[in-house]
Design a protein around this ligand. Structure first.
Ligand SMILES: C[S@@+](CC[C@H](N)C(=O)[O-])C[C@H]1O[C@@H](n2cnc3c(N)ncnc32)[C@H](O)[C@@H]1O
Length: 267
């Protein structure tokens, strides 16, 4: 296993920190029996990748999922933890299979996740989490049907931006697809949820994350994320939430992140 210490030079450790923190918090809270969910945890990784831990232990989403599927949990409230991981590229899927095919709580699918029918896999009271981490804008795995099928207790984390050659070099039409996806996801934010936007400061590829969290946890979760981001990304991170800062502020930042100054004035 490669245990290179990437320090603050890579965007990936913070991404995995967020995923691990958000998923861990959901499963931890569900296991207390004090959340509105039933006793089943369901996790969906729509862009699983090859499962290789390039930056050390638990530095891939499949390994993070495995940890949370198999960790010892006290209390006995949770009855099941199941995950579904989707990878459409054959080489990456084979690697994923080799690494995690032995874990009974991980269902590995060699499939395009845009085709899945979430409604058949999750019931309304399941404690479920959707993770979408595409390589670029052409891989957006979120469809309108999927958004419609998100149950009232589904949380999510999505990677936005992430164009390695420099986000604003992409055509404005391509970048507008991020806006459409964000709009789909934020059109209706349930009363008990909040949606957070967290972005890396001064990042030419403009990585950012959109996370749906229970409203009750939003402030504390955001605070922890800011502290972790400060340590993990050279220029630190910033964040806002729809419930705390308002939709107008949220939209302003999205425009600043994904449009050039001129485009922002003209759009
Ligand atoms: C950024 S990598 C994933 C990294 C992984 N989530 C991690 O954190 O370790 C993106 C992967 O998602 C896969 N992918 C992108 N869109 C997909 C889709 N619609 N369905 C299935 N796999 C997809 C790509 O083939 C690629 O291997």
């Amino acid at each position: 296993m490669n245990t290179t210490n990437v320090g603050t030079s890579s965007r990936t450790p913070f991404k995995h920190w967020l995923f691990n923190a958000h998923l861990g918090q959901m499963i931890g809270a569900t296991s207390t029996g004090k959340t509105p969910t039933n006793r089943a945890v369901k996790v969906f990784d729509l862009c699983a990748g090859d499962g290789l831990d390039t930056y050390g232990e638990c530095s891939s989403s499949p390994s993070i999922i495995r940890k949370h599927m198999t960790s010892e949990i006290r209390g006995g409230y949770l009855e099941s933890r199941v995950s579904h991981l989707y990878e459409r590229e054959s080489a990456a899927f084979n690697s994923l299979l080799e690494k995690h095919g032995d874990c009974p709580q991980m269902n590995l699918h060699h499939q395009d996740s845009r085709e899945i029918d979430l409604s058949g896999l999750v019931s309304d009271r399941d404690s479920s989490f959707v993770y979408a981490d595409p390589n670029n804008i052409d891989q957006l795995p979120i469809t309108q049907k999927m958004v419609n099928d998100l149950t009232p207790l589904t949380l999510y984390l999505m990677t936005l931006g992430c164009n390695v050659a420099g986000l604003k070099r992409l055509s404005v039409e391509a970048r507008l697809r991020w806006f459409q996806m964000i709009e789909m996801l934020t059109e209706t934010v349930r009363g008990h949820h909040d949606v957070q936007l967290i972005w890396l400061n001064r990042d030419s590829s403009q990585w950012a994350y959109l996370a749906c969290v229970p409203r009750k946890w939003s402030e504390a979760t955001m605070e922890k994320s800011m502290m972790a981001g400060k340590k993990m990304w050279k220029d630190g991170v910033q964040g806002l939430t729809i419930k705390r800062d308002g939709m107008a502020a949220f939209k302003t930042i999205i425009r600043q992140l994904f449009l050039t100054k001129e485009e922002n004035q003209n759009q």
